[in-house]
Design a protein around this ligand. Sequence first.
Ligand code: ADP
Ligand code: MG
Length: 327
Amino acid sequence: DLLISQIAAGEVVERPASALKELLENSLDAGASDIRVDLEEGGIKTIRVADDGAGIARDDLPMALARHATSKIESLADLERVASLGFRGEALASIASVARVAIVSIARGERHAWRIEAQDGAVSAVEPAALNRGTVVEARDLFFNTPARRKFLKTPATEYAHCLDAFTRLALARPQVAMTLSHNGRVMARYPAQDWQARVLAVLGDDFARQARLIDEAAGDVRLYGWAGLPAYAKASRDAQFLFVNGRFVRDKVLSHAAREAYRDILHGSRHPAYCLFLKIDPVRVDVNVHPAKTEVRFRDAQAVHRFVFHALERALAGNQSGSEAN
Ligand code: ADP
Ligand code: MG
């Protein structure tokens, strides 16, 4: 019922950015190659995600909004290797319990699109609609029916900043997907489909690109690749530190400590290095299911991972080949 959904929603939908992350992951799960996000008022008023993915068939639309209808975890083995990004089967239902949701979608092979709406636990009939490809999910007036939670939202500017973070992390993780973000009608970020090197530089910007070193090292079945900013590009904040494990953005003490150590002798004062590093590791050597909505991982052999990342980064920072630094 609605109350249970709203309580469950608390775990998934804390603020506009968490709803946006779920919608983006759904678009990626659907095989989208082009995703457009439109936000209004930091996502509090509107979050709209349009994709060109596989779409949702007419008969599946009501189920897409039902709780636990679509959980893809069927065994412990699934939990061990969460290949797909979405696996809880309740994000849309949770969002629909705390916002006004409309989905328009056209599955491949259908002659036209269909639309469904949900509000306050009530799901509308499925109606014919117009859309050429993919899916558009719109969530409006977040927490309109849960004032206590709405009170915890910050200003639109702050909520927008969190949405931008969520968008940026997925943009870094999925460079092959074209992604556009607009806020209050203005395009804030636009990335074409590109390789990971170009995507990272596009996200982190020209100043970073001029002061960054490329890393790509493998040892056994572990690979670390990415761009590491030189000390000259260090920042006052940690905003430009991105770590990904098997394609998921993570906050991880082992990895960030290894990075800090690699910079220790070359970066002085209170400034922070900028980097975007991707670690690929056999999924059985890392736990990602600490909490589905969190971004933590636990390595089975943290010391080996630490050593590998530290040395790879240290070598890259000491080496003399670099990005555009050579000019
Ligand atoms: P989950 O992603 O965990 O299955 P969600 O509540 O996020 O649960 O989504 C429910 C279902 O709705 C998905 O399993 C998928 O079948 C469908 N769906 C949601 N968003 C999209 C989308 N953008 N494109 C295609 N199908 C979608
Ligand atoms: Mg999902």
